[in-house]
Design a binder for this molecule. Structure first.
Ligand SMILES: C[S@@+](CC[C@H](N)C(=O)[O-])C[C@H]1O[C@@H](n2cnc3c(N)ncnc32)[C@H](O)[C@@H]1O
Length: 155
């Protein structure tokens, strides 16, 4: 197995101090505001970021321990493989969130749509440029769980 060393480039300031405070389950929309404080040594890398409405944040589930290869997510009552879910307990505890960029103030990014704990370490930022047409997108068990929740019949 290969190992890679990474360091955080910044930290999330979020209203969530405990995981129980973060909205979960089917249909959840994340609208909470937060900030990413980038380490000043990386601030030059934010040049031109204001042109993007949304960003992909790659971060570490720093308060999760161990992993479970099959588990039941809050959005379903059936078990699924970890690589088909967004569960925090995974072999590499990496989180990925698409957030809306409200504004930049120096090395601070003001964001909407955070779903991570206060103090979460951030590994990377990338611009969000969606490219998968809706008709090509399949959403696996989640689509079925949503249909069940709406009371629709399974095919
Ligand atoms: C379902 S995950 C989704 C996170 C991200 N959008 C993703 O897809 O990777 C979000 C949950 O992770 C947990 N969580 C958030 N920040 C965390 C952190 N820093 N350490 C451990 N668990 C965290 C909370 O329970 C939260 O509800």
């Amino acid at each position: 197995m290969k190992e890679f060393n990474m360091r955080s480039i910044g930290t999330i300031h979020s209203p969530y101090l405990e995981t129980s405070q973060i909205p979960k389950g089917l249909g959840t929309r994340h609208t909470a505001e937060g900030m990413l404080e980038l380490l000043p040594e990386f601030a030059a890398g934010l040049q031109d970021i204001e042109g993007f409405s949304h960003l992909i944040l790659i971060w570490v589930f720093h308060r999760s321990e161990g992993y479970e290869l099959v588990g039941t997510p809050p959005s379903d009552d059936k078990p699924h493989g970890v690589f088909t879910t967004r569960a925090p307990r995974r072999p590499n505890p990496i989180g990925l969130t698409v957030v809306e960029l409200d504004r930049r103030e120096g090395n601070f990014l003001h964001l909407r749509g955070v779903d991570m704990l206060d103090g979460t370490p951030v590994l990377d930022i990338k611009p969000y440029t969606s490219s998968v047409p809706e008709e090509r997108l399949r959403r696996g068990w989640l689509e079925e769980a949503e249909k069940r929740a709406r009371g629709e019949k399974q095919a």
